[in-house]
Design a protein around this ligand. Structure first.
Ligand SMILES: Nc1ncnc2c1ncn2[C@@H]1O[C@H](COP(=O)(O)OP(=O)(O)OP(=O)(O)O)[C@@H](O)[C@H]1O
Length: 652
């Protein structure tokens, strides 16, 4: 057998042996799970152990399509296979190292210039789970491949279905971000297709591996722009063995059901940061100066707190500035302890806890509390501000914009909008503490409004964040133009801003087209540089858009992979009908997508319909077009019957 075949056979044998070892590990976990009741001492321990083992069993599942290892490091006579999880043999010797283990870092970072003791780095090529090839780099001899063929094959593989993990081919600049310390917050300014989303998800998996207990308790949260995006990324973390990460939109984090839609003007006002100040001022204005002493009857005794002493309590608590609701409880507790001191002095013993509770709820105490520090719900506070936005912080036009069209009678009967729900969350954060996640990853972060950023700031106050985005793809009316400003709203003003510029999705010709829009977008971001020289771009002037879309879609079906027809939202119905009438319905492969939902997604073949309509549909329409043009993995057809936007003139 030739040497290459012998090597391949040996690697396949190692793969088979690793599979068997994984099976044994899983069976062991299943046996433990089955006998859990007898092993654990009490029902609580049994449940905890059960949950742990169920997680472990799920973690050890073997997916035949995802190879157990994808690389090998030869260091000092040892061979280390690097894969998605640890696999050990019957005596506990490692057969596969988890990609997140410290040693595995060399797989991603070693180079001919800095071999890090690695003699050989081997990358494996797989086809449908079958090990079919490998590439060696003799780093200690100064040999390093340019761009790996296995990487190129991977990024050119047709995309159908949800996003995949990239563990086998993480690049050094991505790896440095994935492995940043847990307490470091970072902001990744990444041009389209540079792997921002992938980096964020792998960072979450890496941090969970390294700080499992801490993060399991505090939790990890991924925030994405919409549910289509969340579905698209949902399977990446489970394939990396991480099942317990919360994935949500900003709206999904809020507790208020959304039952109305704001005008653009109202949404713009409500999303400004100064609304946080408006709410806070209105809340603090509820605190009143005590004007009378407090007297409480207690059996045959009568206790009294002077008005000066009450004022001192209120002033002290106000100065300490706790959340408003906690402040109210603090005032109550201090009143009760003054009463307690009087009772102790007269009766000579300490009152019981029951006595303290009773005093805390005594009618005169409640009366004072309700007068000087009244209880308020977040909904009530927002209702009051919107019903009567009397504040110098808002001008006449702003007040008019947010006034209710039909004022509800009470906070309970109000129909809240998405921006109201954010205000209610702000109010809730002013009134009480919000539990903080250990780490929060925010994707498409450029579109967060200052008030939405504060929703996330509250949930990451004691943790760190990974902020992912591209200022050029900002389409919301309030989209960020400067990361520093947004980072300040997120409570992480000092976070490192790191650019990513090597594109893995979009072919060079398509990147060049999209880059023509950059100067008109009004943001200062580095251009993308594509790793891909393949791909095809056509720009065609057509007479009838619908029939051109049908024709291009039919032609696209000759290639493998997904097809995204992306058009201005208003045109989607018409194009869907045209494709249906032409018999081109294949939900597995063809999607007609409104431009407003394209962000973060990718298709092998994109048919971008009528750019000028996409641009005209919204104030940041040019940014939207930039997003649409950069969704293509292999081929992009631009179809237009109206003139192209200025920046693209002269193309067809
Ligand atoms: N190191 C890599 N190896 C292989 N594929 C990669 C790598 N990095 C990124 N990719 C692939 O490139 C594509 C783009 O990645 P991703 O969606 O994370 O980029 P993005 O920066 O979030 O893009 P956008 O801002 O345009 O939404 C994905 O298909 C991803 O799997």
């Amino acid at each position: 057998m030739p040497a290459l075949e012998t090597e391949l056979a040996a690697e396949r044998a190692h793969l088979t042996a690793s599979r068997l070892a994984l099976k044994r590990m899983r069976e062991h976990a299943e046996d433990l799970f089955a006998s859990g009741d007898q092993v654990a001492g009490d029902p609580f321990a049994a449940e905890t152990l059960g949950r742990h083992l169920a997680r472990r069993i799920a973690d050890l599942a073997d997916n035949p399509d995802t190879p157990l290892f994808f690389g090998r490091l030869d260091i000092d006579e040892h061979r280390y296979h690097v894969g998605r999880r640890h696999v050990t043999d019957a005596v506990g010797e490692p057969m596969v190292l988890d990609w997140r283990a410290p040693l595995s870092r060399k797989f991603y970072q070693a180079s001919a210039v800095d071999p890090q003791d690695v003699e050989v780095r081997r990358r494996f090529g797989f086809v449908k789970g079958e090990l079919t090839s490998f590439e060696d780099e003799h780093l200690s001899r100064g040999e390093e491949q340019g761009t790996s063929q296995i990487l190129l094959d991977e990024i050119e593989r047709p995309r159908v279905g949800p996003m995949r993990d990239i563990v086998a081919t993480i690049q050094p600049e991505q790896d440095a971000l994935v492995r940043a310390e847990l307490d470091e917050s970072i902001c990744v300014q990444g041009a389209p297709g540079t792997g921002k989303t992938a980096v964020g998800l792998h960072r979450a998996a890496y941090l969970l591996y390294l700080h499992r207990e801490r993060l399991r308790r505090a939790g990890v949260l991924i925030v994405g722009p919409n549910s289509a995006f969340l579905q698209y990324i949902a399977s990446v973390l489970p394939t990396l063995g991480e099942l317990e990460v919360r994935q949500s939109t900003v709206e999904g984090l809020l507790s208020t059901p959304i039952r109305s839609v704001d005008s653009e003007a109202a949404a713009a006002v409500k999303n400004q940061e100064k609304l946080a100040v408006v709410l806070q001022e209105r809340l603090l204005a509820k605190i009143a100066r005590p004007e009378a002493p407090l007297q409480v009857s207690d059996g045959s005794y009568r206790w009294r707190i002077s008005v000066e002493a009450l004022r001192r309590i209120v002033d002290d608590v106000r100065r300490e500035a706790p959340p408003y609701g906690i402040g109210r409880e603090r005032v109550r507790a201090r009143i009760v302890s003054m009463l307690m001191l009087q009772s102790e002095a007269r009766r000579g013993d300490s009152p019981s806890e029951g006595w303290q509770r009773r005093m805390g709820k005594a009618a005169p105490v409640l009366e004072v509390l309700d007068r000087v520090w009244p209880a308020v719900t977040p909904e009530q506070l927002v209702f009051e501000v919107l019903s009567d936005p009397a504040t110098d912080l808002l001008d006449e036009a702003e007040r008019a914009a947010i006034a209710w069209a039909k004022p509800p009678k009470t906070a309970k009967s109000a129909k809240w909008s998405a921006a109201d729900a954010v205000l209610i969350d702000e109010a809730a954060g002013l009134i009480d503490r919000v539990p903080s996640f250990g780490h929060v990853v925010v994707d498409e972060a450029q579109d967060l409004s200052p008030m939405q950023a504060r929703v996330i700031a509250r949930r990451s106050e004691h943790g760190s964040i990974t902020l992912l985005g591209d200022l050029a793809q900002g389409t919301a009316p309030w989209a960020a133009r400067d990361w520093r400003v947004l980072l300040a709203h997120l409570g992480k003003p000092g976070a490192r801003v790191v650019p990513l510029t090597t594109g893995f999705r979009v072919p060079a010709a398509v990147v060049a087209l999209a880059n023509r829009l950059l100067p008109a977008l009004g943001v200062d971001v580095p251009e993308a540089r594509s790793l891909r020289t393949d791909g095809a771009l056509t720009v065609s002037t057509v007479a009838d858009i619908a029939s051109a879309v049908v024709e291009k879609t039919r032609a696209a079906l000759h290639h493998p992979g997904s097809i995204g027809v992306i058009a201005a939202d208003a045109a989607v119905g018409r194009l869907t009908d045209a494709l249906r009438e032409a018999g081109l319905e294949d939900p597995e492969r063809i999607v007609v997508l409104p431009a407003s939902l394209a962000k973060g997604l990718e298709y092998d073949h994109v048919i971008a319909v009528e750019p000028s309509e996409i641009v005209a549909a919204e104030p940041r329409g040019l940014n939207r077009l930039f997003v649409v043009l950069t969704r293509a993995v292999s081929r992009l057809d631009v179809l237009h019957s109206h003139p192209l936007p200025d920046a693209l003139q002269g193309l067809s």
